[in-house]
Design a protein around this ligand. Structure first.
Ligand code: ASP
Length: 348
């Protein structure tokens, strides 16, 4: 059971970054575009019934989440840092397109997080009759406010959609059509909402006691994402590995971490590793784990020094590498961190 008794003591900060949830139709072009959204309570009067103290912070201008970038993650983490003491939890309204990246990035940037940071959004704008936004927002607020033994139930960066709360760095956008827009293929839901919100207490991460909350604001984007496909050309692979300043490549491989065995391909990999570029092997599958060595087509990668991404999502791999290469240039340390679960992003 959760134990919120006096709702007036609960204060939450709702940060509106943009996305469909706050979009309106442009009368001339018919396309959806963000509108200014300073007073969410007026849009969703039901929120008053909670009795919580709700404050809002709106990005100006609001962003379609395809325009999100590391500078905006730094801004978001700064807003949370500046308001950390004053609020019990944070709700981030964000477009679905890159929500999994933003939630993953924030999970790495907010070390020893002791309060809920819940991302949500919607597939239909808040003004549309069949909108999923109100349900998502109301449940996210309830989750961000929930306490047990007077401590937050979910002190994690989460993504709430339809009726599931997932760990943010385990999510992937999975559907442009269904209200359940996200998938967490390798980790169970942290909570499920129905008549009640049922928490999966055993799956939730809690911060280490006596360790301070730390916000990391250095992100390095000298990384690349290389998705393999049958017939991928040598010129293309070489051009990726020859990118100036490149520090790490996330290589999306087939199945359990397999790649072509062509000599030119393995030479590219070996040359890149020889230059000190880190290569992280992430599977293209949404469910399952990289296990290098099961097939001949992955054994060679392992022997060459490619690092296993285990069951990490591409979104978490990209942002984890931005975070780690932002923190340090020590390649051996970075490689060890890649094999370690920092925020529950991999199953060790
Ligand atoms: N293009 C929108 C965005 O990500 C889609 C959405 O919000 O669902 O900002």
């Amino acid at each position: 059971m959760t134990d919120n008794k006096d709702n007036r003591q609960v204060s939450l900060l709702i940060i509106y970054t943009g996305g469909t949830i706050g979009m309106v139709q442009d009368q001339e072009t018919g396309t959806l575009k963000p509108f200014r959204f300073d007073n969410i309570i007026e849009e969703v009067p039901e929120l008053k019934k909670f009795g919580f103290s709700l404050s809002t912070y709106a990005f100006d201008p609001p962003l379609d989440s395809s325009n999100i970038n590391p500078a905006l993650w730094i801004k978001l983490s700064g807003i949370i840092e500046d308001n950390y003491e004053g609020f019990n939890g944070f709700i981030i309204l964000h477009g679905t397109d890159t929500m999994a990246y933003s939630a993953s990035a924030l999970s790495f940037m907010l070390e020893n997080l002791g309060k809920p940071v819940i991302f949500t959004g919607s597939q239909l704008p808040i003004g549309s009759v069949r909108t999923d936004s109100k349900e998502n927002l109301i449940s996210s607020i309830e989750i961000a406010a929930a306490t047990r033994n007077y401590r937050p139930v979910v002190p994690e960066v989460g993504v709430f959609f339809e009726n599931q709360l997932y760990r943010g760095n385990r999510t992937t956008k999975n559907s442009t059509e269904h209200f359940r827009a996200f998938l967490s293929g390798n980790y169970p839901a942290l909570a499920e909402s129905g008549v009640h919100i049922r928490y999966n207490y055993g799956a939730i991460r809690y911060p280490e006691k006596n360790k301070p909350f730390v916000v990391h604001k250095k992100l390095n984007n000298d990384i690349a994402l290389l998705k393999l496909f049958p017939g991928i050309s040598r010129q293309f692979v070489e051009s990726v590995f020859n990118t100036a300043g490149l520090q790490a490549v996330i290589m999306e491989t087939f199945g359990s971490g397999n790649a072509p065995e062509d000599e030119w391909f393995m030479n590219c990999i070996q040359n890149a590793l020889g230059k000190g570029i880190i290569i992280l092997n992430v599977t293209q599958c949404k469910i399952g784990i990289v296990e290098m060595g099961i097939y001949e087509t992955s054994r060679k990668l392992c022997e060459a020094g490619v690092i296993s991404g285990h069951d990490i999502t591409t979104e978490a791999a990209v942002t984890k590498l931005m975070h780690l290469t932002g923190l340090s240039t020590d390649r051996e340390w970075i490689k060890r961190q890649l094999g370690t679960s920092l925020r529950g992003e991999i199953t060790c």
